[in-house]
Design a binder for this molecule. Structure first.
Ligand SMILES: Cc1ncc(COP(=O)(O)O)c(C=O)c1O
Length: 351
């Protein structure tokens, strides 16, 4: 079942539900700490240097959440009263409380995109120049992998084209890389390449990597200085948070490569369900750890499926009228097999 889960529940709602294991907790307990507002926490410094190095960038700034990372980064790439262009299902416009407007005075303009992946030609057609007459597009934001796009990964050529066309128009590029590690493992694209292809990245330790808390804004040194001021203003100045940074360092060392297991399990689960109920999902489109079940024509709604599965110890989430299933560190092969069996039986009984 879900390894480490005493209740026998297989929790596939999100990759954020993981709990730190004994070794991660030991690393946290052993962390050397100091007051990070004074720049004196050696473990945070090590985490920031490690992550900056992984992406081949000058700096990284440790923040509590991916949301804060995105909100700081948006402020870095887009001045107030100008616009950031992103897809209509992006996390930054769906789940961040309107923060871009509230914190940064930024206008967002959205493009409906297949699986959340911006098409370069569509972006090019929408970039607005800096003139007195229109709201200037100062930044484009991509999300890789895409949460509401079922873990879709940007093809590298698409990212490269977006980078090129935005650079040509002096528009900055932000990457919400909460799950950039999944994109890296799924495609083999080096993290450094992702680092080159964006001005700012927000990367999370608390999704597939399994740390309890933490994200980083990855950028150049000047922007990192500004990011620290913005973080402080948002109340995000840390004290002895090296305890949390130690969990992140442990996760980076031990949990990147294993994401491939999550991807394999997600694909297998999708295949089992699609064999029983064609059209419920396309296993070939399951590139990483997120599966979206399209329930149209199945005779069961998302809430009903989630409720019946819960009664049998399988937790899934609902997204609009679909069901979302996410594999992660705390669910093993047996747990996934059990969940696939439960979901398949409920679906087959209904159809
Ligand atoms: C793509 C993406 N970006 C950002 C976030 C925000 O992360 P947090 O929950 O740490 O604020 C999430 C959270 O799930 C996410 O999926």
């Amino acid at each position: 079942m879900g390894s480490g889960d005493q209740l026998g529940v297989v929790d596939l709602r999100s990759d954020t539900v993981t709990k730190p294991g004994a070794q991660m907790r030991a690393a946290m307990a052993a962390a050397e700490v100091g007051d990070d507002v004074y720049g004196e926490d050696p473990t945070i410094r090590r985490l920031e240097e490690t992550v900056a190095g992984l992406f081949g960038r000058e700096a990284a700034v440790f923040v509590p959440t991916g949301t804060m990372g995105n909100q700081i980064a948006l402020r870095l790439v887009c001045p107030p009263a100008s616009e950031v262009l992103c897809d209509a299902d992006a996390h930054i416009v769906t789940y961040e409380g309107g923060g871009a407007a509230q914190h940064a005075g930024i206008q967002t303009r959205t493009l409906v995109s297949i699986r959340g992946l911006l098409a370069p030609d569509a972006v090019l057609a929408q970039l607005r120049p800096i003139t007195w007459h229109v709201v200037a597009t100062r930044a484009v934001a991509v999300e890789n992998t895409h949460n509401r796009g079922s873990g879709a990964v940007y093809p590298l050529a698409t990212l490269e084209r977006l980078r090129q066309l935005t650079e040509e128009r002096s528009v900055l590029l932000h990457c919400d890389g909460a799950r950039i590690w999944n994109a890296h493992v799924a495609t083999g694209t080096p993290l450094e390449r992702f680092g080159e292809l964006a001005d700012t990245l927000s990367v999370c330790l608390s999704k597939g990597l399994g740390a309890p808390v933490g994200s980083l804004v990855v950028c150049d040194a000047d922007r990192a200085g500004e990011a620290r001021v913005l973080r402080h203003r948002l109340g995000g100045g840390w004290r002895q948070a090296g305890i949390l940074a130690a969990a992140g360092l442990y996760a980076l060392e031990h949990h990147i490569g294993r994401l491939a297991d999550d991807h394999t399990r997600a694909r297998r689960l999708a295949t089992t369900l699609a064999e029983a109920v064609p059209d419920i999902c396309d296993p070939a489109a399951v590139e990483t750890n997120i599966i979206r079940l399209d329930l149209h024509g199945t005779g069961i709604g998302a809430e009903e499926l989630a409720g019946k599965a819960r009664a049998e110890g399988v937790l899934v989430s609902t997204v609009d009228d679909a069901v979302r299933v996410v594999t992660h560190l705390d669910v093993d092969d047996a747990g996934c097999e059990y969940a696939a069996g439960v979901l398949r039986r409920i679906l087959v009984d209904k159809s």
